[in-house]
Design a protein around this ligand. Structure first.
Ligand code: DAT
Ligand code: MG
Length: 138
């Protein structure tokens, strides 16, 4: 069953010149990029995107980081795309991520971990709306 996931190459990933590397991994895997843009997230967008984390102690740092520079937002589609992408990403703390995963290859910091991917179909639907209109998704 085809699914869509909202993927972000976070500002640290853009600074580390990893946009192409990350897109290439998804495309080589057989996933389809069906929407793509570069933007700086607003604080309102960050609060909506990370709604489950707004009351956590690390949220101020997370908000400053995620709004602190341009990021690349995309909608990635394919069979079981949400699970496939989460596995390709590695786990939240890059130190625990398997080498070969995106975080396991390109990050060391739990806060600045290069990539976001939706963790459920419900989250994907909510997160995609934060960045794209239906007309922008091909
Ligand atoms: P994920 O991005 O793997 O879905 P999450 O949803 O638990 O992880 O957290 C969202 C982001 O918030 C995560 O990518 C990095 C940051 N974060 C999470 N837990 C943190 C912590 N304990 N300290 C600092 N940043 C944290
Ligand atoms: Mg998450």
């Amino acid at each position: 069953m085809d699914q869509k996931s909202l993927v972000l190459v976070k500002p640290d990933g853009v600074r580390k010149h990893l946009i192409g590397e990350i897109i290439a991994r998804f495309e080589r895997r057989g996933l389809k990029i069906c929407a793509l843009k570069m933007l700086v997230m607003s604080k309102d967008q960050a609060k909506y995107h990370y709604a489950e984390h707004v009351d956590k102690p690390f949220f101020p740092e997370l908000e400053a980081f995620i709004t602190g520079g341009p990021l690349v937002a995309m909608v990635v589609e394919g069979p079981n795309a949400i699970k496939a992408i989460r596995t390709m990403m590695g786990v939240t703390d890059p130190i625990e991520s398997t080498p070969g995963s995106i975080r396991g290859d390109f990050a060391l910091d739990k806060g600045e971990n290069v990539i976001h991917g939706s963790d459920s179909p419900e989250a994907a639907e909510r997160e995609i709306k934060n960045f794209f209109t239906p007309e922008e998704i091909y």
